[in-house]
Design a protein around this ligand. Structure first.
Ligand SMILES: NC(=O)c1ccc[n+]([C@@H]2O[C@H](COP(=O)([O-])OP(=O)(O)OC[C@H]3O[C@@H](n4cnc5c(N)ncnc54)[C@H](OP(=O)(O)O)[C@@H]3O)[C@@H](O)[C@H]2O)c1
Length: 307
């Protein structure tokens, strides 16, 4: 019998957004360690290059390259797409990790409150944080433009390269438990976002427009929006819904979203209880899912959970 020719392992190429710090940086490190060639992206060139330099210094991560990416900026997205097209010709993994909170917070004052993590995670800290948190139309709009539209625009721009993946592309959308449907008080919005058979991208757009309208009218609570970090919560609920739409449209890929855990990073003003190393595990497991793995699902860290 002819011996089987040994195939050299195929290199996989990954993009991680918001890769300069926190969970993103750790996701880059773990994917690189697993042998993936990772494009670490950051909106700020200096911060991104410094993070890449530190990674190179700290271990065998020569398979990490830097490229600037601000997910809110169409030109920046196009520049990344061109770079990957020319350098690698395809993309195997996209980790949509970049995110912002959509509020202005006095971090020192928040930490001084020493809020019980259980109360925080249950979304029951609304009254406790009222005096240190400020939401404006601009902070809210920036949050939706980053966490929802930025992620969506980048994914759409990279889809042609993802479709060229030889191993079946993986898309990981980093979400949050704040986006879980049971936390959306408004029944109609909860139902619309939860019914993937009738949901459309237009419907999601209308929900987000209504949110911004209600914010301007000071009518968030009365209209049943989640009051714990409202812009962030709806941005993640819509991101989860978009994940399901995308997974339906591209059944040959594994497209999932994940809550990384309550991780000690800048996004929660350093109140989290977990290390970034643990927080990156969900993203990494979903990025490296084997063929035939789950798609269109929401994960709480590494476990499938209810949307
Ligand atoms: N930490 C948690 O407990 C927790 C819980 C649930 C979900 N998450 C999610 O996990 C993800 C990572 O957050 P993290 O905890 O690691 O927070 P982080 O340390 O604050 O990191 C956020 C990253 O997103 C980047 N970013 C923000 N706006 C961007 C834009 N327009 N274009 C490109 N990059 C942008 C930031 O860049 P700059 O450095 O330039 O600001 C930073 O690299 C987020 O999606 C977050 O919602 C975190």
């Amino acid at each position: 019998m002819e011996p089987h020719a040994v195939q050299p392992p195929t290199t996989r190429y990954a993009v991680v957004t918001g890769g300069n710090k926190g969970i993103g940086l750790e996701t880059v490190r773990q994917l690189a360690k697993a042998g993936v060639t990772v494009i670490l992206t950051a909106r700020d060139e200096k911060r991104g290059m410094e993070a890449t330099r530190l990674l190179h210094e700290s271990g065998p991560t020569s398979n990490v390259v830097f490229h600037q990416l601000d997910v809110r900026d169409a030109k920046s997205i196009q520049s990344l797409v061109n770079f990957i097209g020319i350098q690698f010709g395809r993309l195997d993994i996209l980790v949509n990790n970049a995110g912002v909170t959509g509020v202005e917070v006095d971090g020192d004052a928040l930490r001084a409150k020493n809020i019980d993590p259980e109360i925080w995670l249950a979304g029951k800290a609304v009254n406790l944080i009222q005096d240190v948190v400020k939401i404006t139309y601009d902070t809210a709009k920036d949050c939706l433009d980053t966490n929802y539209y930025g992620l969506k625009n980048l994914t759409e721009a990279l889809l042609p390269l993802l479709q060229r993946s030889t191993s079946g592309a993986r898309v990981v959308n980093v979400s949050s438990l704040r986006g879980e449907l049971r936390r959306v008080p408004n029944e109609q919005i909860r139902k619309e976002l939860g019914d993937v058979e009738t949901l459309t991208e237009d419907k999601i757009d209308r929900i987000l427009q209504k949110f911004l309208h209600d914010l301007q009218q000071d009518a968030l609570e009365v209209n049943g929006w989640q009051m714990m970090l409202p812009p962030y919560s709806i941005s993640k609920a819509t991101l989860n819904a978009y994940t399901r739409l995308l997974a339906k449209k591209y059944p040959n890929m594994c497209i999932n979203c994940v809550h990384p855990g309550y991780v000690n990073t800048d996004i929660n003003w350093r109140t989290g209880t977990m290390m970034a190393e643990e927080g990156a595990q969900g993203s990494v497991v979903l990025a490296l899912l084997p063929e035939g793995g789950p798609t269109g699902r929401y994960f709480d860290r590494t476990q499938v959970a209810e949307f």
